[in-house]
Design a protein around this ligand. Structure first.
Ligand SMILES: [Zn+2]
Length: 259
């Protein structure tokens, strides 16, 4: 494999794109990453503590570029164990995750397409894949070597289960265990406002249910459960937020292809 392409990558500073979404919510993503791995970090200010949902790839430094994100005793929740959601986890004192995914002992991951797809797809990377081999289009600082990327385990992982409640002080988010994309996929749901942080269970694009660890039957059951909730707004693992009507369209389209 040739890693020489990294030598010519530009430096992108800042690494993260930070957008304020209103009501104390901030959407953070990594624009210099392949769409395959370009995931959201959601940071919600709470009265007593903050909520951080997912942590990005771990290529850029969240704590430096997003001042304050680790200061209000945040509950840092990983929606599942894939690298684009967990890479920045070691920057926090502890994270919460469902034990169904290997968060505490992650696979190494890679910023090289073939190596990553060998890890994520049951049949390995497809032959004759003509997509760009490198999954970043820039580096966060001079000297950063994409070939040295390894997913590191969090400092501490506390398990969460379906029905657990995360209390920010006056706002309560319930953990929903919704396996299918991965065994340990969870969403966070605030019943009072119909707010859903959905991770990779639902976003407005093709849903992945054939990865290593995916389970189509479980995904179907999870989607049916999700569509029974009174959801007003979805903050997904990939792409921008959407409303409950769009959630139902995406969910029903998925179910139509799988049932
Ligand atoms: Zn995922």
């Amino acid at each position: 494999m040739c890693f020489d392409a990294a030598m010519t990558l530009p430096t992108a500073q800042p690494w993260f794109r930070i957008r304020h979404a209103g009501d104390g919510l901030t959407q953070i993503d990594e624009p210099h990453v392949s769409p395959l791995l370009q995931a959201n970090v959601w940071w919600l200010r709470g009265r007593d503590r903050d909520l951080v949902v997912d942590t990005g790839l771990g290529v850029g430094n969240l704590r430096i570029e997003v001042p304050g994100i680790a200061e209000a005793n945040p509950a840092v929740v990983l929606t599942h164990g894939h690298l684009d959601h967990t890479g920045g986890a070691p920057e926090f004192d502890a994270v919460l995750a469902h034990p169904g995914d290997r968060v505490h002992d992650p696979l190494p991951g890679s910023l090289h397409r073939t190596a990553l797809l060998d890890e994520l797809l049951p049949g390995g990377a497809p032959a004759n894949d003509d997509n760009p081999p490198l999954l970043v289009t820039a580096v966060p600082h001079t000297g950063y070597d994409p070939a040295a990327y390894r997913l590191r385990p969090p400092v501490a992982v506390y398990p969460v289960a379906d029905g657990d409640v995360i209390d920010l002080g006056g706002r309560w988010f319930t953990v929903l265990h919704l396996p299918g994309h991965s065994p340990g996929t969870i969403c966070l749901y605030e019943e009072a406002t119909g707010t859903l942080f959905s991770g990779d269970c639902v976003y407005d694009d093709v849903l992945f249910d054939e990865l290593v660890g995916s389970d189509v039957a479980a995904y179907v059951a999870s989607m049916k459960r999700l569509l029974e909730l009174d959801v007003q707004v979805v903050h997904p693992g990939h792409g921008d937020s959407f409303d409950g009507d769009r959630l139902r369209e995406i969910g029903e389209r998925y179910l139509a292809t799988r049932t």
